[in-house]
Design a protein around this ligand. Structure first.
Ligand SMILES: Cc1cc2nc3c(=O)[nH]c(=O)nc-3n(C[C@H](O)[C@H](O)[C@H](O)COP(=O)(O)OP(=O)(O)OC[C@H]3O[C@@H](n4cnc5c(N)ncnc54)[C@H](O)[C@@H]3O)c2cc1C
Length: 434
């Protein structure tokens, strides 16, 4: 065993790990964060939209840092509902005020962002070990007391913070999670495509540092729970799609075939035309949400971010919950150090902080959305089609009175779904749009 007994060993240097390391070190705790990749971000995949408010809480006014590797400041966000291959409805929101401070979110490339973020934690005094995998947990009188690494070294600590992502080895060794069920995780596949800045600006009507994100729902996911995305970076585009593993198994669709289907969709193929593939990646996304969260604390341990299933898939949010949970875990390490007590009773401060933040309420609010869709997946096909039909009637000028179009639209809605069912669906899916 190494001579040092750290206040905390943080496993993983993703958004949750770096936020935790930074806040703990800033508060005076003696912490190390251990990353299996050769550098932070080497193994990480994200769409990637990164939220400013949660990063600002850890690195104040980060956007003024000349080294911050933000790609574009997202000023416009668009949702496209697809029906078949040729029909779609889009809703776009441009927030001009996001150009002023504070910004709302940035597109990023994870390998650059994770490196920058980990460096910020190191600057506060956290030690970073890279190329080191945590393999086992050390215990003392039933409490977690350190880790055993791939280098064969034992590192002692007063607590271990699991920030090791969706397939959390730490949570599995703690016995608080098993293998995830197939309906608790989605597979996300993504390509980065190179395209000159001027072409991106022209095609997406952007200027300077402005960025646009587009999410695609409906027929594009082949009736599976999931969505596709297209995000603008400085000189590249991120295009990807995610679907639940249980749905991929049921439909026998291979993730890379799904991505090909997405890239050839007429809306997308025109926007990515001539772009050169730079990188392909695939990663699991935890989607069990509130119902799948493991116990978050115990004697000598805390669990954060994806390791604790903290993703809000109905709003494409994961990195923000990871950063906030990491921040609150870091603050809790400092609190426990001051109390000189790393028992569960003290570490439960983390759960109190999560409940007082947006993390717990958001996960609670959206807890049943995917379960309800799974009970009746036809929702994913019926509503996009009905919305498209309603707009088809609205925009088609065919010499018939408007009242006839309205009547036909209403009749179609009632035939396909019925008033009671529509009200039930609205109630069951309320978390998805709220
Ligand atoms: C395709 C895709 C698109 C996404 N898009 C978005 C998006 O646009 N916006 C958004 O907010 N979220 C998005 N997410 C979700 C987001 O990426 C995650 O929620 C976020 O990365 C979670 O951060 P984390 O720190 O908890 O885990 P991770 O980012 O997974 O980091 C875990 C770290 O731990 C390391 N590690 C794992 N095991 C060990 C070990 N035993 N020893 C040492 N190190 C270890 C890993 O190498 C990794 O660096 C997306 C995810 C995917 C897959």
């Amino acid at each position: 065993m190494s001579e040092d007994i750290f206040d905390a060993i943080i496993v993983g240097a993703g958004p949750s790990g770096s936020a935790c390391a930074l806040k703990a070190a800033e508060g005076g705790a003696n912490v190390v964060f251990v990353e299996r990749g050769d550098y932070p971000g080497a193994k990480n995949v994200q769409g990637a939209v990164l939220y400013a408010k949660q990063l600002d809480a850890v690195v104040p006014q980060f956007w003024k840092d000349p080294e911050f590797p933000g790609e574009r400041n997202v000023t416009e966000q668009r949702a496209v509902i697809t029906s078949g291959r040729e029909d779609w409805v889009s809703v776009s929101f441009r927030g001009g005020r996001y150009k002023q401070e504070p910004p709302n979110c940035f597109t990023i490339i994870r390998c650059q962002f994770d490196r920058w973020f980990a460096k910020k934690a190191e600057e506060k005094g956290a030690q970073l070990f890279t190329g080191v995998t945590v393999r086992e947990l050390l215990k003392n009188n039933g409490a977690v007391a350190g880790v055993k690494t791939s280098e064969g070294e034992d590192l002692g600590s007063r607590c271990v913070v699991a920030c090791d992502g969706v397939n959390s080895m730490v949570a599995q060794k703690l016995g608080v999670i098993d293998e995830w069920r197939m309906d608790e995780v989605a597979m996300g596949v993504k390509e980065v495509l190179e395209l000159p800045k001027e072409k991106i600006d022209d095609r997406f009507a952007l200027e300077g540092n402005e960025g646009l994100t587009i999410e695609f729902f409906g027929s594009i996911s082949h009736g599976m729970i999931g969505y596709a995305f297209l995000y603008t970076n400085k000189e590249s585009l991120s295009v990807g799609v995610g679907a639940k593993l249980s749905d991929l198994r049921r439909t026998m669709i291979k993730p890379y075939d799904l991505l090909d289907f997405v890239k050839t969709h007429p809306y997308i193929s025109r926007l990515i035309k001539g772009a050169k593939p730079l990188e392909y990646s695939a990663h699991l996304i935890p989607e069990g949400g509130f119902h799948s969260m493991p116990p978050l604390t115990g004697n000598g341990f805390v669990i954060c971010g994806d390791a604790a299933q903290m993703v809000n898939p109905t709003h494409r949010e994961g990195s923000n919950l990871a950063m906030t949970s990491g921040q609150l875990a870091g603050e809790t390490v400092v609190y426990a150090k001051r109390k000189n007590d790393f028992s569960q009773a003290t570490l439960q401060e983390y759960e109190r902080k999560l409940k007082a933040s947006y993390v717990w309420p958001d996960l609670w609010e959206h807890r049943d959305v995917e379960i309800n869709v799974e009970k009746d997946p036809s929702i994913l096909e019926v509503y996009p089609r009905l919305i498209v039909e309603a707009l088809y009637h609205h925009f088609t000028v065919d010499g018939r009175p408007k009242a006839v179009h309205k009547k036909e639209t209403m009749a179609l809605f009632l035939k396909e779904r019925g008033l009671l069912k529509i009200l039930q669906d609205a109630w069951r899916l309320r978390g998805a749009v709220g």
